[in-house]
Ligand binder design. Structure first.
Ligand SMILES: Nc1ncnc2c1ncn2[C@@H]1O[C@H](COP(=O)(O)OP(=O)(O)OP(=O)(O)O)[C@@H](O)[C@H]1O
Ligand SMILES: [Mg+2]
Length: 148
């Protein structure tokens, strides 16, 4: 597998930037001519990852969110969302459906479940007080150009 295109974004962890990050990545991926369903799935998964960095990683502070997007020659999309926020102590617990550390803020604990549902692969690495990196990949259908 070979990377044929790549881009990186850095932005401040303001909630107004959630849609910016999502739209910038979607625009970049349009060159693959994805189906509307594929694009919506990626946008939804990405929104969850960005929101987590905004509301959890940088809770009550501002920090930088970095998104790295790569396109491979077999139509695989790679998206890495990285923050230098509070980090996650127990990653497998955090990824369980309905687990949330913010029930009072009416979070439902389903962000990681959504990412896992819509992407082929989701990997999380994190260190308390250092930050979190979420890596997601999805291979787009080969016939998306004709089946739309
Ligand atoms: N980038 C991050 N930095 C620090 N903690 C995180 C990060 N992402 C997730 N978490 C932790 O993992 C938990 C589960 O995340 P998940 O997205 O599944 O649910 P949620 O954000 O609590 O609720 P929802 O996404 O449904 O609004 C969060 O409550 C939070 O404690
Ligand atoms: Mg979440």
């Amino acid at each position: 597998m070979r990377v044929i295109n790549e881009m990186k974004l850095l932005f401040t962890s303001l909630s107004v930037n959630e849609s910016f990050g999502r739209s910038a990545v979607s625009s970049f991926l349009l060159q693959l001519d994805p189906t509307i369903a594929e694009l919506n799935e990626i946008r939804t998964a990405l929104s969850e990852a960005i929101t987590n960095s905004v509301v959890h990683a940088y809770k009550d502070i501002e920090g930088i969110i970095e998104i790295n997007t790569k396109i491979y020659d077999n139509r695989t999309v790679y998206i890495r969302v990285k923050d230098k926020g509070c980090g996650i102590i127990n990653i497998s617990q955090a990824m369980e459906a309905m687990y949330t550390t913010a029930p009072n803020e009416e979070r439902s604990g389903l962000g990681f479940s959504v990412m896992l549902q819509f992407m082929d692969k989701v990997q999380v690495s994190s260190k308390p007080k250092q930050g979190t990196t979420v890596t997601m990949t999805k291979r787009l259908s080969d016939n998306s150009r004709v089946s739309k």
